[in-house]
Design a protein around this ligand. Structure first.
Ligand code: RB5
Length: 149
């Protein structure tokens, strides 16, 4: 399994902590940056990770900014991306079971490394349940085809 991970400066330290955690689970990691604590703009990294997932170059993605809010909004702009911002392992499990989230969003200034690792593990270990949830995901996909005009 290959996971793309990206963060802004607010998520940099958590990204650095999660990379060895993922590798320890035999996951190949594609690091889309940022590579220091220098201030950068989170949409750049949300887009990079989302593109890798949308193009099938990664099986899933993890995006991190200070709160996880901005970078999840950015990642969700790409068709086919279901980025879920979670703050607990329970939310992470449900994000996979019900929403089939292909990108996990985390807040580097919100979560401890331990809670973030527990969220990632819960998301990776859970399985999408399909059934009634697929009807709802299909409706989300339909929204992607709509124009605002
Ligand atoms: C950057 O200071 C901060 O705004 C960003 O990391 C994130 O929290 C935005 O949603």
């Amino acid at each position: 399994m290959k996971i793309a991970i990206g963060a802004d400066h607010g998520g940099f330290e958590l990204k650095q902590a999660l990379i060895p955690f993922l590798q320890g689970r035999d996951i190949e990691v594609s690091d889309a940056g940022t590579y220091s604590v220098e201030s950068v703009d989170y949409p750049t990294f949300g887009e990079s990770v989302a593109l890798l997932v949308a193009h099938g170059e990664a099986d899933a993605g993890i995006v991190i900014c200070g709160t996880g809010i901005g970078i999840s909004i950015a990642a969700n702009k790409l068709p086919g991306i279901r980025a879920a911002l979670v703050t607990s392992p329970e939310m992470a499990t449900l994000a996979k079971q019900h929403n089939n989230a292909n990108v996990l969003a985390l807040g580097g200034r919100i979560l401890s490394v331990e809670i973030a690792e527990a969220c990632v593990a819960a998301w990776l270990d859970a399985s999408y349940e399909g059934g009634r949830h697929q009807r709802r995901l299909d409706k989300i996909t339909e929204i992607e085809t709509k124009s605002c005009q």
